[in-house]
Design a protein around this ligand. Structure first.
Ligand SMILES: [Zn+2]
Ligand SMILES: [Zn+2]
Length: 393
């Protein structure tokens, strides 16, 4: 591996993009290092933020985008490296280089082809998550938001374009993107950290400045500044550095969100447990013994009931295992999902003895009865049974 130290992640990346390089930025978060915040208006949560000190940001340069003079088609020319003479080569010079390499007399010329250039940095990183309104283009929406956030941060903290950077990041399996903002100074300058200091009014100031950037004077009644543009202009979101995103920047796209977060406050998330609902669901499902149990979890989600804390939880009495419940809610609720294998009389008796023991120790038992197997033909029976039994609690 050939690497060069000393590079840092800066707005140079944008400049390289302008010069025609194919640049991809990535953020690899470390769950145990992240603090979570909620953006709330009253009781309503309208967004979430995370903060990570020394988060890992990767910048990958995959090559130069070249436009063919004859067909106008764009193609990517990746980088090549001659380890014999330690030179970077363009694709067009590779073939010749075996002849032209200055060190070819001494040793065999060794060219490494199709390399990606890679910079890794430890930066202070915040990410913003906002739901996507259903009928808008996700890329336009999140790019506009990202740019508004960046500009507002510059205004709030009097920063230069070279001090912070950001990009949008698709969220696996969702149409939403997160907005990742990072300080370009390795190790961080404390700006993003101070935004999240809930004992100051920095966050409120930051939201106010978002309005200012979008030419909004007041929301109710709605009023714009004299210089307000139709979609975007150099007084709001357009800059030289974001020229490749100009087509996505449409300030009015995010007005509905701005209405919601006007007067929003930031507070540390009550549940610092980073696992999202879908992660927890996946985790529980991975422990399930049967498809039926997984279907029960889906029904629980659909009915907006809380997810169990554990799956396949064994209850012990004096150190001896008594019964294994399919799901468990702390501190004392045991859920049994009884499918057709529980039908034989002897199994039913065994179940009863075990569960009576649990019950006698003050635990709450929920038995979901799918013994007749009819759910196979009518899956809606699963939800009905879950609702019926949980309603009783
Ligand atoms: Zn060479
Ligand atoms: Zn404008």
């Amino acid at each position: 591996m050939y690497s060069r130290s000393g590079s840092r992640i800066t707005c140079d990346e944008e400049n390289r993009k302008i010069k025609g390089y194919d640049i991809v930025i990535n953020y690899k978060h470390n769950l145990s290092n992240i603090s979570k915040y909620e953006i709330k208006s009253g009781d309503e949560i309208n967004g979430a933020m995370t903060y990570e000190h020394n988060g890992k940001i990767f910048v990958v340069n995959r090559g130069v985008i070249v436009k063919s003079k004859t067909t106008n088609e764009k193609s990517l020319q990746s980088f090549h490296y001659c380890s014999t003479c330690s030179k970077w080569l363009y694709e067009s010079t590779v073939a010749d280089h075996y002849e032209k390499c200055p060190k070819k007399e001494r040793t065999q010329v060794n060219i490494h082809k199709d390399l990606w250039l890679f910079i890794e940095g430890n930066q202070d990183v915040v990410s913003f998550e906002f739901l996507l309104a259903t009928d808008v283009d996700a890329i336009s929406y999140y790019t506009t938001l990202k740019e508004t956030i960046l500009q507002s941060l510059m205004l709030t903290y009097n920063l230069d374009e070279s001090d912070i950077n950001g990009f949008i990041n698709p969220i696996h399996g969702k149409k939403e993107h997160s907005i990742v903002i990072f300080e370009t100074e390795e190790g961080g300058t404390g700006v993003l950290k101070s935004l999240l200091n809930t004992s100051t009014t920095q966050f409120e100031k930051f939201i106010e400045n978002m309005f200012l950037i979008l030419h909004i004077k007041s929301l109710e009644p709605y009023d714009e500044t004299m210089d307000a543009c139709i979609t975007a202009c150099y007084n709001c979101l357009l800059r030289f550095r974001n020229q490749f995103e100009h087509k996505f920047l449409k300030r009015k796209l995010i007005l509905p969100l701005m209405l919601k977060i006007d007067k929003a406050i930031l507070s540390p998330a009550e549940n610092q447990n980073i696992e999202s609902l879908s992660d927890r669901l996946d985790n529980l499902k991975s422990k399930c013994d049967s498809e039926l149990e997984k279907d029960v979890l889906d029904a629980i989600v659909k009915l907006k009931l809380p997810l169990p804390d554990k799956a396949q939880e064994t209850f012990y009495l004096d150190g001896a295992p008594i019964a294994k419940a399919d799901f468990f809610y702390s501190p004392n609720k045991y859920i049994f999902v009884d499918g057709p294998p529980h039908a034989p009389e002897n199994i039913r008796e065994e179940d009863k003895i075990k569960r009576d023991k649990l019950d006698s120790k003050g635990n709450i038992i929920i038995e979901l009865d799918f013994i007749d197997g009819k759910y196979d033909e009518d899956p809606s029976l699963i939800e009905k049974e879950v609702k019926k039994e949980f309603d009783r609690l």
